[in-house]
Design a protein. Structure first.
Length: 333
């Protein structure tokens, strides 16, 4: 590997699992990743999704941070239009104060939910329009000077929590470049604009106090197993699970039904979502990731270990690290 590896932990609640069991799995993954030398772990804000437990993102980060020692932790990301910038500055300022030098704050402008959930969140449907201004307001609370006269974030002010812009389109690329912030592209589920967005970001980048040179993180799915056949079996489980999650409307499909849908035009959307997926033995996954890093022109990869079971995800984390020789700290290059 020529770039560092990080992890996007989706905090999956598997079939028959509770949220508490998902959190225990996230702690185990973070402790394992820390021991193996992964650079960072991020958690994403989702709402009203029965299979994902990371809705209260900052609370989960605090729990993981209290159970680890050195690995960087952060949001990948907080959907800023769901919140006031001051509230997020206070939350992540608190995290940085408790765990100095370990906290990242990735920011997205999508709702992370459906229309009804947006209303339940009391989100203004037009809130995404002020995302660039909200990012700047948040940055002012964390680094100073504040952009709202007489209002400071406590904790928050002076913590300089690093900001990252997340995106799956050219909008985020333009914004990250204009603000001189790192850019993380969600190619693990929205692959189509990856190369165009990265090219725009690198071409338009303007240095800032936080960042002097452009820095790209690209998302990629991983299913590593002891054999290629086992990895393909686990990957099929992942795609079947996505059929129920995104197309089921609350209904669980049988394997046969899910396979029929995957073979249909409707199911091709699921296949497209996981276009960038490293599936196979550790060596196969390592080679794919190395090639993908070049394809994406990425400075860092953030991998989503996609197996549906906790033990399989932990094994995937371990196998990938072994394949790139974490013992010599190649993951931290």
């Amino acid at each position: 590997m020529t770039v560092p590896l990080s992890i996007l932990d989706l905090a999956i609640i598997g079939k028959g699992q509770t949220a508490a069991e998902s959190f225990a799995g996230s702690v185990a993954m973070a402790q394992l990743a820390e021991r193996l030398g992964y650079r960072r772990i991020w958690y994403a804000e989702h709402h009203n999704m029965g299979s994902i437990a990371s809705s209260a993102t900052s609370v989960l980060i605090a729990h993981i941070a209290a159970n680890t020692s050195t690995i960087r932790l952060g949001a990948g990301g907080v959907m800023l239009p769901n919140h006031s910038p001051l509230t997020i500055a206070e939350q992540f300022g608190t995290l940085e104060t408790l765990h100095p030098g370990r906290i990242d704050l990735g920011l997205g402008r999508a709702p992370g939910s459906d229309q009804n959930t947006m209303r339940a969140l009391r989100r203004d449907p037009m809130a995404a329009d002020t995302f660039p201004q909200d990012v700047l307001e948040l940055q002012g609370y964390l680094t100073g000077p504040t952009r709202i006269q007489g209002v400071e974030a406590t904790p928050g002010k002076g913590t300089n929590v690093p900001l990252y812009i997340l995106g799956s389109s050219l909008f985020g690329a333009h914004l990250a470049a204009q603000l001189g912030l790192p850019y993380a592209f969600a190619s693990h589920f929205a692959p189509n604009a990856l190369q165009d967005a990265v090219a725009v970001y690198r071409r338009e980048f303007k240095p800032s106090e936080q960042l002097q040179e452009p820095y790209v993180i690209a998302g990629v799915n991983v299913v590593a197993a002891d054999s290629a056949a086992e990895a393909q079996r686990l990957f099929l489980e992942v795609k079947r699970d996505r059929v129920s999650r995104f197309l089921g409307g609350g209904r669980e499909f049988t394997d046969a039904e899910a396979d029929l849908i995957l073979d249909s035009p409707q199911g091709q959307h699921i296949a497209q979502m996981v276009k960038y997926s490293a599936v196979g033995t550790p060596e196969m996954v390592r080679d794919y990731l190395d090639e993908f890093a070049r394809h994406a022109d990425a400075d860092e990869l953030i991998v989503a270990h996609q197996s549906t079971g906790t033990e399989q995800r932990l094994r995937s984390v371990e196998l990938v690290a072994e394949a790139v020789d974490a013992s010599e700290s190649l993951l931290k290059s």
